[in-house]
Design a protein around this ligand. Structure first.
Ligand code: CTP
Ligand code: MN
Ligand code: MN
Length: 506
């Protein structure tokens, strides 16, 4: 059977409420009613208006700023908000300081009581919090580099759940799925309110169906069975344990899991082959998985600054990565080294490393030479494809040995780490060197967060036809490099509002 043809109704102008009844004086001046005509109908509205006035209530139009009580029949809170807006009421707001939105039950109870009865929960219409905010305040931007993402936000329980899912997907090699969860979490981090209802997600970018399901579970039950299942799974726990070893990635961890290995002790028992990096990682497992605190990071940065300055006057060392974004602790210390005279910085890192080694500051290090010269000779094609990959600076991944008293740092030559521990701590330190012409690009590229960086590059390419990496910004159509003397200038080239490091925690 064919469905009935639906006649499209034009939204009807509500009839103006007739003026106050002179025969019935206002008895409750602090209460001003507005009756929602939608679904109630004009006739019934007129009847109820007369009734209310006869009992000494004041009734006015939706437009009136005096309205304190909005009464509706058969509409949801959201429908009432929409109706009010459409009918010229601009006194509704997201924080609920506008008029009370009430069901007809409050009205009928008040009429039989002959006075406005106390508003109870059962009388109130539920509004999806912040519905207006999402409509009015414009949408949350789709790229992380267009949003401000502070370190602490309002949706931690939700983002932790989504990030567990992202990590699990990463452990399975499903990078696309992982990115989906990471992006959904990142959007929630940028919200200025705590999400309480799943409806609030409509209109937000990057929140896929699976993420939405997880969020809904969390909101309704306070936990997600799926996320808990992941957290308790043998594979997830083992993968987490193994990938926390410095030098061990998903591939290696996965292979060990397949081979039946489950604990760190298993690696020794089975004499698993480990490279130098992994051996150091295993040896210092506990320290390297204890968060690095800011004073420790600053103490290390200061040691390196002093050495750099001695070896090459004018050299500077900048704390980058998470600490530059304002994190109070992190998994490592990231340092960017440069010198104001272009080219002077060449070779500095190996001298710094040599000195640190001679003073027993390093428990492990692996350096890589600058490969940028080669990089510059590559085809343009190569340049753009490498935009998403690693940069080619001279760099060093290391494990630093920090004396237990930040400020009075000592290498402590030959000292064994005592059983009681505590005299020193192993800390991962990443060094990277940039010539000063590339410094702003390196600074921007190494400050993170990873998700912020990923979206900066994606935005550049997709929206601006430019490739951005930690060395340069290249305009693909004009075939030119755009120079910059500061991070601000890079944002300007990209037509982006400048986002300070503390708001790049996407
Ligand atoms: N980075 C990079 N190339 C790598 C590793 C890291 O460009 N091979 C960049 C990342 O994009 C990030 C920054 O270096 O912007 C810091 O990375 P990392 O130390 O891993 O993360 P943090 O944000 O510093 O977080 P944490 O506090 O856990 O160290
Ligand atoms: Mn870091
Ligand atoms: Mn790092």
């Amino acid at each position: 059977m064919l469905p009935h043809p639906v006649k499209k109704k034009r939204p009807r102008e509500p009839k103006p409420t007739p003026p106050a009844d002179p025969g019935h004086p206002v008895r409750f001046p602090e209460v001003v009613l507005c009756l929602v005509e939608k679904r109630m109908g004009a006739t019934r509205k007129a009847f109820l208006t007369t009734l209310a006035r006869s009992k000494g209530f004041c009734v006015e139009d939706a437009k009136s700023e005096r309205v304190t009580h909005v009464v509706s029949e058969g509409n949801s809170g959201d429908e009432v908000v929409k109706w009010l807006k459409r009918n010229g009421n601009c006194y509704m707001d997201a924080v609920g300081s506008g008029p009370a939105l009430l069901d007809l039950s409050w009205f009928t109870e008040s009429m039989s009581a002959g006075r406005p009865v106390e508003i109870k929960r059962k009388h109130c219409l539920e509004v999806t919090a912040h519905a207006e905010k999402l409509e009015g305040d414009s949408q949350v931007a789709a790229y992380a580099c267009q949003r401000r993402t502070p370190l602490t936000h309002n949706n931690a329980a939700l983002t932790e759940a989504l990030e567990t899912m992202a990590e699990e997907a990463h452990f399975c090699g499903s990078e696309v799925r992982s990115l989906g969860f990471t992006r959904a979490a990142s959007v929630l981090k940028a919200l200025s309110w705590a999400v309480r209802r799943v409806q609030e997600l409509s209109g937000l970018p990057c929140i896929g169906e699976h993420s939405k399901r997880i969020i809904q579970e969390m909101l309704e039950d306070g936990m997600s069975a799926e996320v808990e299942g992941v957290r308790q799974s043998d594979r997830y726990q083992t993968m987490k344990l193994f990938t926390k070893i410095f030098g061990v990635g998903v591939k290696t961890a996965s292979r060990w899991y397949q081979e039946g290995l489950r604990t760190l002790a298993d690696l020794q028992v089975h004499r698993t082959k480990l490279n130098k990096e992994q051996q150091a990682g295993l040896l210092h497992y506990k320290d390297l998985n204890t968060p690095v605190e800011r004073p420790e990071a600053e103490a290390i940065a200061q040691v390196v600054q002093e050495v750099a300055e001695q070896l090459l006057p004018g050299a500077s060392v900048t704390l980058i990565g998470g600490f530059r974004r304002g994190k109070r602790s992190g998994h490592d210390v990231d340092l960017l080294i440069t010198h104001p005279a272009e080219g002077q910085e060449a070779g500095l890192l190996s001298k710094i490393i040599g000195w640190l080694e001679s003073q027993d500051f390093l428990l492990y290090h692996s350096s890589r030479r600058n490969t940028f010269q080669y990089f510059e000779e590559e085809e343009e094609q190569e340049i753009s494809s490498s935009a998403s990959g690693m940069d080619r600076f001279e760099r060093c991944l290391s494990i630093f040995r920090l004396g237990n008293c930040p400020g009075a740092v000592q290498g402590g030559a030959g000292a064994q780490k005592p059983g009681a521990s505590g005299s020193w701590k192993a800390i991962r330190v990443d060094f990277v060197v940039a010539p000063c012409s590339q410094f702003p690009f390196a600074l921007l590229g190494w400050t993170g967060s990873k998700n912020f960086e990923r979206d900066l590059r994606r935005f550049s390419k997709q929206e601006k036809k430019m490739t951005l990496n930690s060395h340069s910004l290249y305009h693909m159509e004009q075939k030119t490099f755009l120079s910059a003397a500061s991070e601000e200038e890079i944002f300007q080239h990209l037509g982006l509002e400048y986002i300070p490091p503390e708001e790049r925690n996407a």
